[in-house]
Design a protein around this ligand. Sequence first.
Ligand code: ARG
Ligand code: ZN
Length: 844
Amino acid sequence: MTATQYLADWRPYPFEIDETRLEFHLHPTATRVLSQIDFRRTAPGDLVLDGAGLRTLSLSVDGQPIDPALIHEADERLTIPDLPDRFTFSAEVEIDPQANTALEGLYLSGGMFCTQCEAQGFRHITWYPDRPDVMAPFRVTIHSDQPVLLSNGNPVEQAPGRAVWVDPWKKPAYLFALVAGDLRAVSDHFTTMSGRDVALNVWVRPGDEGRAGYAMESLIRSMRWDETAYGREYDLDVFNIVAVDDFNMGAMENKGLNIFNSKLVLATAETATDGDYERIEGVIGHEYFHNWTGNRITCRDWFQLCLKEGLTVFRDQQFTSDMRSAAVKRIHDVQTLRARQFREDSGPLSHPPRPDHYQEINNFYTATVYEKGAEVIGMLKRLVGDDGYAKALDLYFTRHDGQACTIEDWIAVFQDATGRDLTQFKRWYTDAGTPRLTMTEDWQDGTLVLNFRQDIAPTPGQSEKPPRVIPIAIGLIGPNGDEVLPTTVLEMTEAQQSFRFDGLGARPVVSLLRGFSAPVTVTREITANEQALLLAHDSDAYARWQAGHDLALDELTRRATGAAGSRALVQALGGVLDDAERDPAFAALCLALPGEEEIATTLAARGTPPDPDAIHAARHALLSEIAEAHQTAFARLYEAMAPQGPYRPDAEGAARRSLRLACLANLSRRDGGARAEALFASAGNMTERQGALEQLIALGRDAQALADFEAEFRDNRLVMDKWFMVQPLRAAPDQAVARARALAQRPDFDWKNPNRFRSLISGLTANHAAFHAADGSGYDFLADWLIRLDPVNPQTTARMCSAFETISRYDATRQARAKAVLARIAALPGLSRNTAEMVTRILA
Ligand code: ARG
Ligand code: ZN
């Protein structure tokens, strides 16, 4: 089954399902699944069911065994012709959860049964129309001696060895879930806006109860927020969250039974960082928000994935902004978008937020579908205004509740609610590629003319790139730092377009793309002095940060290509440090210079093949100059940002810790690691401990700290994942590969666990100069492990192939080495469809 699937080939399913009844007899190696599905015909056609890896014991229609001669079975499909208008299809199959290392369908994680059905996992459980536009109410009976038995919906019977769950809301099979294991609940409840009481449980392994409190608080905040921000209420009597250790992705929004990677549930101050806490809150919100944007209204087909994911990411971003700092959240989101989505969009894996073909849908759970999908909604909101957005969303929920929808439905709702023609806007969904926006300025007698041009480079399969509508938010800052024009949104619709501003006194500096109003790259002429002016005075926090970031990026790219350095950045950071106590998070963001990968990206975009070693050296040298120039300020702020009272995982505390660690990084360049050692030994929270450990690794003074860390956390998998990750990530580039190889030999490198695998391997691939080592050792290391993992877990293997998506940027030697290892992977007999598709696209 390597055939390409096309959006254009979608056809309605000729049956509806009135009810799906499932009965599970759980057994680690021989689980029996009995199904009864009540079909009702809505159009002529055969019954087509999906199934993969099933041992079929019986198939019948209305109690009569189906004549095997009638069944056509091919390509994991069963086709049964000549069926009546109403009938009950029954199947009995046997499956082997223990052998399921791909973690798709029903599998075992640490002795507990759990499921992952999105996108096409249900077909590994039983024969079914495994497509999102076939929705049904489910009744599920579980037979098992496991103490806790869970499925979707409400519990209707619970007895030892048996449980029955009924989900009255119709849903596609990808939202099915089942969990059975020895679990303990952290429980609470929530009263919805219409006064219904909902029982809430976060289920964890015995002993982990003390680590689930933050997840529960986050769930309650999410439920309240969706009521106030979107008027959306929860619709079942119970909401269950289960933490599992073996999980391919972050979490899954199964109706009433969300299943989470345990790293997105379990947290204590001693074991989780500020970043972990923020992600837990954000992902708990994300999965909860899917109840309306994903479950009540789902996708017609998998090409529409961004309909639910882009919108739900947008909603979780709004939630985090409201719970924490909107400015910091926006800057973080822009950083992630650039690092992951712009990267994807500028290489061989580029695709539109709504792709029109794929081989393996699991390869399209991408930054483009998720993060760019969210940016597109942010632009839409900016174009139609907050009121227009609210009206459109209300219409979406009333018009489409209970339906499986498309991007066309989504756009129609905005057109109908606001009267705006969105024909051109739709290109953001259907076209791939990141527009490059170029701005030039003409200034004369108090009149400023801004000339914009948009260019979009060809992407795989799309050479024609008509112009898009781009909302460009700008402000104008006078030479003394005053704002002479508050935020104004220019709507660019042509390939080239000018906008004119009259009656200005002195020539202002343009604060461009405020709030990052569109996912584009920017080319403009600006001096270091003007950047410093924006960094000091812009009223838009994002634009202020971006000005400093651009200043740093210019400095770093110059130095990385052998040009002499300037003092402009070092001086501008002095101003940031003077002001740091007022906004510690902002100062910390400015001190975190662009990473090596971003410098490489910037050079490549200008047509210069990046030299990873030169980039590393240039960045290192600039950081040392900054550390030297501002040592007094760093020492002062390091003390000023010391903890005040017990750890709290809130935005204020996280801001202080982020600045403190930024100071530590600078101080460590001069004190030989003394402060980092002291902090590592004394800190009571993981944020500071991990921060200190990372400095010690970078300095090569880590032996004792690593041993202490291991002794303390040996039995905590999630914390040991950090230990595996930070070593290859922070080690000097010429040592990181050897270190990763040594770590991979350890008995506790449990590589079949996706978290552990990713920690070590992506720790290395994120160390830019190490992964791109000129001798190809980084590429070889990754390829060896991808080859080993592919037969065990194709999904996780395929995702990690994207480490190679940037190879065409580098010099001929590196390219040849990377292509050789990719060819080695491509040639493997029995390579999974997932990995084969990724490697083929990268090599194309
Ligand atoms: N819908 C889930 C989320 O939004 C992602 C699940 C994807 N899983 C997969 N195997 N493709 O977080
Ligand atoms: Zn999602």
